[in-house]
Design a protein around this ligand. Structure first.
Ligand SMILES: Nc1nc2c(c(=O)[nH]1)N[C@H]1C(S)=C(S)[C@@H](COP(=O)(O)OP(=O)(O)OC[C@H]3O[C@@H](n4cnc5c(=O)[nH]c(N)nc54)[C@H](O)[C@@H]3O)O[C@H]1N2
Ligand SMILES: Nc1nc2c(c(=O)[nH]1)N[C@H]1C(S)=C(S)[C@@H](COP(=O)(O)OP(=O)(O)OC[C@H]3O[C@@H](n4cnc5c(=O)[nH]c(N)nc54)[C@H](O)[C@@H]3O)O[C@H]1N2
Ligand SMILES: [Mo]
Length: 763
């Protein structure tokens, strides 16, 4: 149902059709967060609607034809988690030292509530103490002024809006480096690099209308039920239209099996359920290359057969000839790989792969959806290349209802890249920055987050400033980071809640608390909009209306500008205070820097469904070296960085339904039936028997990387689970202690979090 008329209005009446207050309250209840304020409920009602507030959780697009409740259970959780009435004030530190808090869980740390005051670490008492904003900025400025420019890192997690992010990137460059790693370095960097190589676009090619027109979706390693639940609406509608869905995933994820009502307040009342996947293929972790090759081989064989009988071709030959490069080499490779090699690599039968290929061949318009199951592998870019090979066989890129759909993570992770948060100088229009701001931008490429982590461990990086995020938990190689992080001269974290990274203060350390997106951002020219870009490259305005959690909070943009003011010289072309006073002036700068993407930015800010910044690949314009879309031949049949060995398992590090990355809302992964704990090892029963393990037994996972480093995660309860042989699962972020920093995608350096070699030790 759509309800445009109500979008800008207050909450619906108590007894309105789809539930009004009642349903909002029930949504709040199922999130397990008691007694939300009416301010928070108001925010939920305005969530993801034009003129409203854009969910700070995932990057799933916000349709123009929105529903009464344009949020999901997990988006509601994110909003209510931020809107908590709990406060972590400076008094909290009267009772706790940093050392003591190290024994607290991630959940308990964030549960202390919203941070209310700027804080400085006091080494003598091992506590954070209240400081003034002015003193904090002055101290940050004097610490940075003495450091070699290359030794300072400006990290951002994908939360902050386009305006603050643009200024963050500018700040780093004015300071003197391109050290702008982002959370996507651990996430979809494989897409940014891998997809660009093959189709010349770092982002997906589909938009909302394609979902409405497609007749088939193939899912590889993306879990919409938990990570982008609003995706379930178009999936349900597609199914009702007769579209088919085929899934490749080692884990049987509930959201891809059937759409169960709790995600949707309307269906929650009617109790209707829709079957999602027509076929579900549980391949071994890290073996999508083999599985997709099998699909391609079946298509090629079907085309051969059609040629012999004079039937219509199966392959889209005009597309191949006009638009692609490397087809012959790819076909040779596919023909040269025997079915037995393919099936033994992925653990699926030839029949299963042929059945899936049959659905593909019967469909005119196919979308390939993927997530971390493809990107977080050492040969992740090869995974993406194979998926693109598969789509291109039948011309499924750049036509209505078809395309490539990487599902992004953080709500503005893609947008931050669009406005200059990038360590690679080639991606940045430096000449425009030079003219606009009258400086010489640094020419050297900056640091990727994996390089930054290596630099911290080696003592090379001296300061890390974080615009959001929680690197101590999000990065691999936890033990080493914990040992070396504190040796830095300066750590600065712009945060909303306490997290584990705060417990590793540098020699000087500051926590700078900021407004959330749902909160009123009042500046000299009035209340401010910010904007974000979603997974379909749509830009949306967002305005917060809730009362801020504390009068001391500053907006992210203000904090960024204040840091810039203390580390750069005053200059008439950089009127930081004027920009803070009126964010539309920053949007003008973004438009001046990226005129094609952001034409008429301020005027189009509240376009329903967002405004599209375009994507040449969607129009079959390939911005690759050859000017064509590239078929690629993978190096091997799996995406893993290791071979099979006795006792070695492939660990996938999983998200539960009760977390957003390192923010742990609670201990209920209800779609997987795991309650009350996160310390679990999910394993196939046959593997359990072979290893001599009993249900409920406590075990230790041990790194089985061939680098001689001891990495251990004890205390995991064995749970028999429907997984392929040799693939086991346990939760992220806890498992990061097992992931070597060197285990990453070869081209993009995205950590291989879905293919970690481990052994199981009893006890
Ligand atoms: N509620 C909630 N929403 C979120 C997040 C969250 O933590 N919680 N995180 C946000 C962020 S930053 C991101 S990047 C996205 C992440 O969203 P997703 O991309 O969905 O990430 P994951 O849940 O880590 O893994 C996706 C799926 O890959 C499967 N998988 C693992 N290994 C393989 C493999 O080798 N092959 C295949 N085919 N599948 C595999 C897993 O079983 C899982 O179902 O979600 C965003 N949204
Ligand atoms: N093993 C393993 N490791 C992984 C992954 C995996 O699947 N497996 N996934 C990877 C992925 S996809 C990602 S994206 C990274 C995530 O890495 P990060 O983005 O670094 O981590 P988050 O958990 O999203 O950050 C949470 C913190 O952000 C702060 N925060 C929340 N909202 C705001 C806000 O509005 N403004 C500001 N300034 N701060 C805010 C809060 O203090 C909160 O504690 O982790 C990666 N690490
Ligand atoms: Mo992510």
């Amino acid at each position: 149902m759509t309800s445009k008329a109500e979008a800008h209005d207050d909450l619906p009446k108590e007894s309105g059709p789809a539930g009004g207050w009642g349903s909002l309250r029930s949504i709040a209840r199922i999130t397990g967060m008691s007694d939300p304020s009416s301010d928070a409920l108001q925010t939920l009602w305005r969530q993801n609607k034009p003129g409203g507030f854009m969910c700070a959780s995932c990057a799933w697009p916000k349709p123009a034809n929105y529903r009464a409740f344009e949020f999901c259970e997990n988006g509601a959780k994110a909003t209510l988690w931020e809107s908590t009435k709990d406060r972590c004030t400076p008094d909290f530190w009267n009772d706790h030292t940093v050392t003591e808090l190290l024994s607290w869980s991630d959940h308990d740390l964030e549960k202390t509530g919203r941070l209310t005051h700027p804080l400085r670490y006091d080494a003598a008492s091992d506590r954070y103490v209240e400081t003034s904003w002015a003193d904090a900025f002055a101290a940050i400025g004097s610490a940075l002024v003495d450091l070699p420019k290359d030794d300072v890192v400006f990290y951002s997690s994908g939360h902050a809006g386009l305006e603050a992010s643009y200024l963050w990137a500018l700040t780093a460059r004015l300071y003197g480096n391109n050290n702008l790693p982002q959370s996507s370095n651990m996430c979809h960097e494989t897409t940014s690099v891998g997809l660009t190589e093959v189709i010349g676009s770092p982002v997906g090619t589909i938009i909302w209308e394609d979902l409405e027109e497609t007749d088939c979706l193939f899912f590889f390693g993306q879990n919409p039920g938990t990570n982008s639940p609003r995706f379930l609406h178009p999936l349900k509608e597609a199914k009702e239209r007769g579209a088919k869905i085929v899934t490749f995933n080692p884990v049987r994820e509930q959201g891809l099996i059937s759409f169960v009502s709790p995600q949707d307040p309307v269906a929650m009342i009617t109790g209707k359920e829709t079957k999602i996947s027509n076929q579900y293929h549980q391949l071994r972790a890290g073996t999508d290359i083999a599985a997709i090759l099998g699909l391609c081989k079946a298509v090629i064989e079907a085309d051969d057969a059609a040629r012999e009988t004079g039937a219509a071709p199966v392959i889209d030959w005009p597309f191949i000839e006009e638009h692609t490069n490397g087809f012959a080499a790819f076909v040779d490779f596919a023909r040269s790989q025997p079915w037995a090699a393919i099936t033994s690599a992925c653990g699926l039968t030839e029949e299963a792969l042929r059945d899936a290929a049959q659905i593909y061949m019967e469909a005119e318009r196919v979308i390939g959806v993927y997530g971390m199951g493809l990107t977080q592998h050492t040969h992740g870019a090869d995974n993406i290349g194979m998926l693109v090979n598969f789509l291109m066989l039948r011309g499924n890129i750049g036509k209505p209802g078809a395309g490539c759909c990487p599902v992004r993570g953080h709500s503005n992770v893609q947008g931050q890249r669009t406005v200059g948060i990038a360590e690679k100088t080639a991606l940045i229009p430096m000449d425009r920055l030079r003219t606009l701001f009258d400086f010489d931008p640094p020419e050297k490429d900056g640091t990727h987050i994996v390089d930054a982590a290596e630099g911290i461990i080696a003592g090379r990086i001296k300061a890390t400033l974080c615009l959001g995020g929680n690197l101590m938990r999000a990065l691999p190689e936890t033990d080493q980071l914990e040992q070396h992080w504190r040796a830095q001269d300066l750590t600065v974290m712009v945060s909303t809640k306490l997290n584990r990274s705060h417990l590793y203060p540098g020699k000087a350390a500051f926590i700078l608390p900021c407004l959330t997106r749902g909160e009123k951002d009042e500046q000299a020219s009035g209340p401010q909009y910010i904007s974000v870009e979603d997974s379909f490259s749509m830009i949306h305005g967002s305005i917060g209306k809730q009362e801020p959690a504390s009068t001391e909070l500053k907006s992210e943009l203000d904090i960024v500008a204040s840091i810039a003011e203390v580390i750069t010289e005053p200059h008439p072309k950089r009127p930081w205070r004027d920009w803070v006073a009126d964010y539309s002036r920053v949007r003008d700068l973004i438009e001046a820097t990226y005129p094609d993407d952001f034409k008429d930015y301020n005027q189009r800010l509240n376009t329903p469904g967002g405004f599209w910044r375009g994507n040449p690949a969607r129009d079959r314009i390939w911005e690759t070296d050859s000017g064509k879309a590239e078929f690629t031949v993978p190096e091997k049949l799996n995406a893993l960085g290791f071979d099979d060995a006795e006792g070695r398992f492939t660990l996938i590090t999983m998200r539960s339904n009760d977390q957003f990355n390192t923010t742990i809302y609670g201990y209920s992964d209800r779609f997987r039936g795991i309650e009350g704990t996160r310390d679990v090892l999910l394993i196939n029963e046959a593997d359990m028997q072979r290893e001599g393990l009993a249900k409920g037994q406590i075990v230790t996972l041990v790194s089985d990387a061939d680098d001689g480093i001891s990495r251990r995660l004890p205390g995991l309860e064995v749970i028999p689970f429907d997984l392929p042989l040799g693939t086991i699962g346990s939760y992220y972020p806890e498992c990061n202690v097992l992931v070597p920093l060197s285990l990453h995608d070869r081209t993009s350096k995205t950590p291989g979090s879905k293919g970690v070699p481990v052994k199981i030790e009893k006890a």
